[in-house]
Design a protein around this ligand. Structure first.
Ligand code: ATP
Length: 243
């Protein structure tokens, strides 16, 4: 089922509500504006009315939460490849959930799960992409941001964009329970914005610093510390920064 809203709180919340009642995979919710768009850990995702893309797709999986390991990374790859088909080039990925253009944030992925940890669960995949973000909104965001309009130097066809993104997300979710992250690993590494750069990981005590060495086959981040050890960092409540 496909729902298009002009204004909504959050497309993820709406998709979660709908799949909870329908119990059928393939719920798609898109909005022109979100009043309470959010990123990870409840941080706000600025979602003004107009030309940005806010959409969520919900799916039911039978094998518990572990099945979505690496999913937000695979979404990043799928989105980059979909946008490349529309002429938006030069994008990269920041582990675990950001889509960048020359270090500026173009979009983000938010994955939320409900249900049984080891059994039937609902996965809601949210995507926000800046299409044409007015300057005064950009100024409210505390990190550099990009939009498709400034990358292309012209407007993109929004129907085409929406169709392309939804198609990419639906086919990814339809296959992911079988494939897992493994087939996405090499593609993700091609887009790794922080490859071989000095980084620090916030959210762990003590803070880990080292050189980013890509990801493993499950999508965990690999960081080489000064003593040469490789530390494996799984998603969750951590953030990657250049140091
Ligand atoms: P992390 O590295 O932990 O993912 P993050 O800053 O990327 O950190 P997210 O939860 O992914 O965190 O996204 C929320 C953040 O994204 C906000 O705190 C804000 O800095 C930024 N942000 C909010 N709205 C937008 C937007 N429309 N475009 C780009 N960035 C945004």
């Amino acid at each position: 089922q496909f729902q298009l809203f002009r204004i909504i709180g959050s497309t993820n919340d709406e998709a979660a509500k709908r799949i909870a009642s329908s119990q059928q995979s393939g719920v798609v919710c898109i909005a022109e504006m979100q009043e309470a768009g959010r990123g990870r850990r409840g941080r706000a995702w600025l979602s003004p009315v107009g030309a940005n893309f806010y959409g969520s797709v919900a799916w039911i999986y039978g094998q518990g939460f572990a099945v979505v390991e690496g999913l937000s990374l695979a979404v990043g790859v799928a989105v980059i490849e979909a946008l490349a088909d529309l002429g938006v080039q030069g994008l990269s990925l920041k582990w675990p959930n950001d889509i960048l253009w020359h270090g500026q944030k173009l979009g983000g992925v938010l994955i939320e799960m409900t249900g049984e940890v080891d059994g039937s669960c609902q996965v809601v995949l949210g995507l926000g992409i800046n299409v044409k973000l007015p300057l005064h909104y950009r100024q409210q965001i505390e990190q550099p941001v990009a939009d498709i309009y400034s990358i292309l130097g012209q407007d993109i066809n929004r129907q085409q964009l929406t169709a392309k993104l939804i198609e990419a997300l639906v086919s990814l979710l339809a296959e992911y329970e079988q494939t897992g992250f493994a087939p996405w690993q090499q593609r993700w590494l091609q887009y790794d914005a922080f490859a071989n750069q000095q980084v620090k990981i916030l959210g762990l005590t003590p803070v880990i610093e080292g050189i980013a060495r890509g990801i493993d086959e499950r999508g965990a981040l690999l960081v080489q510390t000064t003593d040469g050890r490789i530390i494996t960092i799984h998603g969750g409540e951590v953030s990657l920064r250049q140091s």
